[in-house]
Write a protein that binds this ligand. Structure first.
Ligand code: CP3
Length: 347
């Protein structure tokens, strides 16, 4: 890590140190809202784009140059780790991800690999990280990421996106041993993958538990928290860690207990009050992503409200409460980044 990386607004905030301005990046900051992304994507499929490290690196760097965000996040997907585990998937046009053969029985779970060689099987993501880090030349840090075990398990069990997660809960409640076996295999792969990303140059890593909000606190504590706590214990300490989840504010204290230097909040909670309740941890969030579709004055008023919730406390990473919508204009995203930088500047 270079001096300027260590001293970057983003990594300072992850360590809860004061910085010259509040750092900002946007979840899904590389994607379909950008004309340049759509142009590249018109020539290759999404998975091909992830596997072509030269193109993936180009796409990763776009928001850094275009928007001036304080961190890059490697262009990849949470499902890529399933391939070395022996779980096939594809992205179908319009419908999102689809698992070839959903994993539902103890026998299906036995067939999932216990370990992965991330350096070998996910070498293309690591190569993207190396290209991006060389191009960034210490200017802003790069974030690596993985899906959290519950969110990944929900995809592999349901076979795709879900509303009520009934297959997942049926396995969880009906065969706790098989559930834990699957969660253990996923967690081992996640740890190997994140540590390989850190070795390749990622200075922070984010665990995305995007669909965790379907669980209540007692189920989270019993079926999920031990696995997530293990992941945070085994991540290489050189990197800052971000723990993000959506959908159920009652889970944030339990997510904090499980680990993460930074807790990522969705837009459904009041950032200031939630931070006060959580106490000694850095906070990422939490602008309503649809605010980027509002008129400029309304967008700025809502961004100001998020900054006021943080109230100048050290350790705020500004972000959306979830991914940027593809209907967003690049100009609005840039206006948000500029607004946060200007109105949080501390002289
Ligand atoms: O933030 C970034 O810029 C990095 C890129 C990134 C992608 N996926 C690229 C992507 C990240 C961090 C992810 C994580 C991811 N993938 C999550 C967790 C984050 C979240 O939003 O909750 C989840 C749940 C997935 C699974 C996934 N991949 C979904 C549900 C979809 C959308 C399906 C669709 O068509 O709307 C994807 C595809 C995907 N991942 C796209 C991008 C840019 C769109 C692909 C395209 O070009 O068609």
């Amino acid at each position: 890590m270079t001096e300027s990386e260590r001293d970057s607004a983003f990594l300072r905030a992850c360590r809860r140190e004061p910085s010259a301005h509040t750092p900002i990046w946007l979840m899904r900051q590389a994607g379909r809202y950008q004309p340049e992304y759509r142009e590249i994507r018109s020539k290759v499929t999404f998975v091909e784009l992830c596997k072509r490290s030269d193109l993936a690196a180009e796409v990763t760097l776009l928001p850094v140059t275009q928007l001036g965000v304080d961190a890059a996040i490697v262009f990849a997907d949470i499902l890529l780790v399933l391939e070395p585990l022996g779980i096939g998937f594809e992205f179908t046009k319009g419908d999102g991800p689809s698992i070839t053969r959903p994993v539902r029985s103890a026998r299906d779970i036995d067939a999932v690999a216990s370990e992965i060689d991330a350096r070998e099987s996910l070498s293309y993501v690591l190569e993207t990280i190396r290209i991006v880090c060389a191009a960034l030349a210490g200017k802003v840090p790069l974030i690596g990421f993985a899906g959290a075990p519950f969110t990944l398990a929900s995809y592999v069990i349901e076979g795709g996106a879900s509303r009520d997660y009934l297959h997942t809960k049926k396995l969880m409640y009906g065969d706790e041993g098989a559930w834990n076996a699957l969660m253990t295999k996923l967690s081992s792969a996640i740890i190997a993958y994140l540590n390989a990303q850190i070795e390749a140059g990622a200075l922070a890593v984010q665990l995305f538990d995007s669909w965790i909000g379907t669980l209540g606190p007692a189920d989270y504590r019993r079926y999920v928290q031990p696995h997530v706590a293990r992941i945070f214990r085994e991540i290489d300490r050189r990197a800052a860690t971000i723990h993000f989840g959506t959908g159920n504010p009652a889970l944030y204290p339990l997510m904090k207990e499980a680990g993460g230097d930074v807790i990522g909040l969705d837009w459904r909670v009041d950032l200031g009050r939630t931070w006060t309740e959580l106490g000694d941890v850095a906070i990422m969030g939490n602008l309503e992503p649809a605010a980027l579709l509002a008129p400029r004055a309304e967008l700025e008023q809502r961004a100001r409200a998020v900054l006021e919730g943080a109230a100048g406390r050290a350790g705020h990473v500004f972000n959306l409460g979830h991914g940027i919508h593809k209907e967003t204009s690049v100009e609005q995203a840039k206006a948000l980044v500029d607004f946060v930088h200007e109105s949080s500047a501390r002289r």
